[in-house]
Design a protein around this ligand. Structure first.
Ligand code: PGA
Length: 262
């Protein structure tokens, strides 16, 4: 099975996500790991930090790359740079994340610099992804080409609306992102989604048509992807539609309780 869907136990999202990411990174001596930000992976980074502190896991050999960055002020508290400072750099032994420079004078040159750095590292071994409510991966908004590369991209209205909760009136209009081509070239992919708000787009991505209208749908063409869901985010996969999309979904997960994440 090229794409594996895991539905975690209530309260187990961070550990299930950490299991998937550690598995994906295992077997490579110094894996190049693309890292997502956002609300979804917070429990994962907490679980990773705990496991590293307890000596159960290590990330010190990982070569981390940001997968995107807002086109706002460098180091703004809502930037991905600040997020990594809070949630990644606090993991014992974690190497600094290679990041975009959002205020580079020449965005095309900045994108080329980042792209070249990733290529020099050998490309992504593993990429950790969240999914936007519109089906985006990183800032590859609907309409992004399957073979798109690192670039400064316009943010979709839904993405700006979500970002405005933190950025307010300074919400950026654009952001740097790895392209779908570079993301889907990763040897292993781990996609996370939790909460009711993601149920519809998870069902669309895993069981709807594959195409640029829902960039996350391209995951189904990847040879080694794992999707980690909580019960709420998996709710749209109950009808058998996922099986229609060729995806095996565990059939015995409990009903959503309506609680948890929004
Ligand atoms: P979220 O963002 O984890 O904050 O929901 C996911 C995304 O937009 O990719």
């Amino acid at each position: 099975m090229a794409l594996e869907v895991r539905v975690c136990e209530p309260g187990g999202f961070g550990d299930a996500a950490a299991d998937a990411l550690l598995e994906a990174a295992s077997g490579v001596r110094a894996p190049v790991v693309g890292l997502a930000t956002g609300n979804t992976p917070l429990a994962l980074y907490d679980a990773l930090a705990r496991r590293v502190q307890q000596g159960e896991a290590a990330v010190s050999a990982w070569r981390p790359f940001a997968i995107d960055e807002y086109g706002g002020a460098r180091g703004h508290p809502c930037s991905n740079r600040s997020y990594f400072a809070r949630h990644w750099d606090s993991i014992p032994g974690a190497r600094p994340v290679l990041q975009f420079e959002p205020q580079a004078a020449d965005p095309a040159a900045e994108a080329a610099r980042f792209r070249a750095a990733l290529a020099a590292a050998g490309g992504l071994d593993v990429v950790l992804l969240g999914i936007g409510r519109n089906g985006h991966f990183a800032f590859n908004e609907p309409g992004s080409a399957r073979d798109s590369v690192t670039r400064l991209a316009d943010l979709a209205p839904e993405t700006r609306a979500a970002a405005s909760a933190c950025w307010g009136e300074l919400t950026p209009r654009s952001g740097y992102t790895l392209g779908l081509g570079e993301i889907l070239a990763a040897r292993r992919v781990v996609l996370l989604a939790d909460g009711h708000a993601k149920a519809a787009i998870v069902a669309r991505a895993l069981a709807g048509p594959i195409g640029p209208e829902c960039p996350a749908s391209f995951l189904r063409e990847h040879p080694a992807a794992v999707v980690v869901l909580d019960v709420a985010a998996a709710a749209g996969l109950r009808s058998g539609s996922a099986q229609a999309g060729g995806i095996a979904v565990p059939g015995d997960f409990p009903p959503a309780d309506g609680g948890g994440h929004p």
